[in-house]
Design a protein around this ligand. Structure first.
Ligand code: FES
Length: 124
């Protein structure tokens, strides 16, 4: 079970796309301010992460989504799409962001700070 991502009404929610644009077992990316966001839908669950591997800052969206995990394209670390935790290796978890669907629109609330240098994908 994933730790809850705290959501409050005073967060700065950004409308990203229509709900139908993100299908089941698919990934979609967006940029909001300085943050590069990776969204994933799996069954009834939606998750949003910083699109950056905590190991060496590879862009995760260029990896694959398989069996409930995002696989990093650089060294193959796998991250659970519910919790963002690394599966089978000791890397830090992914930075999760609040995500919701409202009136057929997917909204994400990225952090209200700038990303640190190691939170920006290396190819950005
Ligand atoms: S950069 Fe992702 S596992 Fe190394």
């Amino acid at each position: 079970m994933a730790d809850p991502v705290i959501q409050t009404e005073d967060q700065d929610w950004a409308a990203i796309c229509a709900s139908a644009e993100l299908g089941d077992e698919e990934m979609l990316t967006a940029r909001v301010g300085e943050w590069q966001i990776l969204m994933v839908r799996s069954g009834d669950g939606l998750s949003a992460f910083n699109d950056c591997c905590p190991h060496q800052s590879a862009r995760l969206s260029t990896g694959r989504l398989r069996r409930g995990a995002i696989m990093c394209p650089l060294h193959g670390a796998r991250f659970d799409i519910g919790s963002g935790r690394c599966v089978g290796a000791g890397y830090a978890p992914l930075l999760r962001m609040p995500i919701r669907e409202r009136n057929g629109i997917i909204e994400v609330a990225p952090p209200q700070r700038s990303p640190a240098p190691d939170e920006i994908p290396k190819d950005a």
